[in-house]
Design a protein around this ligand. Structure first.
Ligand SMILES: Nc1ncnc2c1ncn2[C@@H]1O[C@H](COP(=O)(O)OP(=O)(O)O)[C@@H](O)[C@H]1O
Ligand SMILES: O=P(O)(O)OC[C@H]1O[C@](O)(COP(=O)(O)O)[C@@H](O)[C@@H]1O
Length: 309
């Protein structure tokens, strides 16, 4: 069973305009609203791939009501802790030239009793056949060690954990040895304090250092360049697929979803990474954070090249 954990969900508001004029009046040409936040996007994509998840985390206010409604309509199970604050709205500004500017709100203040309720809920699901996807930022008032503490507790119960986080959350959580992580290029460069663009050899070296820390698989996503997938037994480079991009927002979540789905299904390493590349490339072709259709993913998967490195 896959349980996604989104501590800071969001209504994703994707707006299109011709060109963003800083400090001026900007007229929008289109607006799309999605139920979002990293774990929620993972749940939406797994559903589209044909899998099952339970989406969990904190939700509150009218944004929370909308997210629960959308998930229900899409046939996605959810089990959120209702909080007294308001779920945030994140603005994604998409320009005609393909540039995307993201304005993500911090999220509501979460009380200690709400954190305790979520922890209890998650531990209730944890077992040898459970994969937890813990993804995204944390709202105000939540300690930056929360993911680390949670991962330790979930792993004690035999569960596997896929972590997708950045900054201090990422750094702290590594101490708990999550089973899989998906840093993108800049997250990895930041972690290793590199002040220039790392080449492939350096990225692989950095990834291998993370494997040495006890992490089972490191997927390094490189935007349109594709991704590197490293494990102790096998490492693969997949160039990115050429697709018509509408919004890159949610591409990382789509990769996390495909890898989680593959692990749950017991696919081998090569099959898993090919699905990861195809699903994330497919996500780029959709507007807002809509997942790609399974049909499109299957077509794209046939185009993926996987090179052992
Ligand atoms: N423009 C693009 N064309 C094709 N595939 C893309 C493009 N942007 C992203 N992807 C796919 O999505 C994956 C995740 O994107 P990336 O931007 O690295 O993640 P994140 O959103 O987490 O920063 C990439 O590894 C790649 O497979
Ligand atoms: O929790 P964070 O880091 O603010 O990120 C939340 C945002 O990330 C997204 O999940 C998209 O993430 P990716 O582009 O990395 O896949 C949006 O839906 C959401 O608004």
């Amino acid at each position: 069973m896959i349980i996604t954990v989104t501590m800071n969900p969001a209504i994703d508001k994707t707006v299109d305009l011709v060109h963003f004029e800083h400090g001026s009046l900007n007229r929008l040409t289109n607006v799309i609203i999605d139920a979002g936040g990293k774990g929620i996007n993972v749940s939406k994509t797994i559903k589209e791939l044909g899998g099952e998840t339970i989406a969990t985390g904190f939700i509150g206010g009218s944004g929370g009501v909308l997210i629960e409604k959308v998930l229900k309509e899409q046939g996605i199970k959810s089990d959120f802790v209702q909080v007294s604050g308001e779920t945030r709205t994140n603005l994604k500004v998409v320009e005609q030239n393909g540039f995307v500017t993201e304005l993500n709100e911090p999220g509501p203040v979460i009380k200690q009793e709400e954190i305790d309720l979520l922890t209890e809920k998650l531990l209730g699901y944890a077992g040898a056949d459970t994969l937890f996807v813990i993804a995204g930022s944390i709202p105000n008032g939540v300690d930056k060690n929360i993911y680390k503490e949670l991962i330790i507790k979930l792993k004690e119960k035999g569960a596997k954990v896929f972590l997708d986080a950045d900054g201090d959350l990422f750094v702290n959580s590594l101490e708990a040895k999550p089973d899989i992580i998906k840093p993108n290029r800049s997250e990895l460069e930041e972690y290793f304090s590199m002040d220039y663009r790392a080449n492939e050899e350096e990225l692989i070296k950095m990834g291998n250092k993370l494997l040495d820390k006890g992490i089972g698989m490191v997927a390094i996503s490189l935007g349109q360049m594709g991704a590197l997938f490293l494990s102790k037994d096998q490492s693969i480079r997949c160039p990115g697929l050429k697709v018509e991009a509408h919004s890159t927002v949610g591409a990382g979540d789509a990769m996390v979803a495909a890898l989680s789905y593959s692990i749950d299904k017991g696919y081998d390493f090569e099959e898993s990474v090919k699905l990861g590349i195809a699903t994330s490339a497919g996500a780029v072709t959709t507007k807002g954070t809509k997942p790609p259709s399974r049909d499109l993913v299957d077509k794209l998967k046939a185009q993926v090249t996987a090179v052992n490195i």
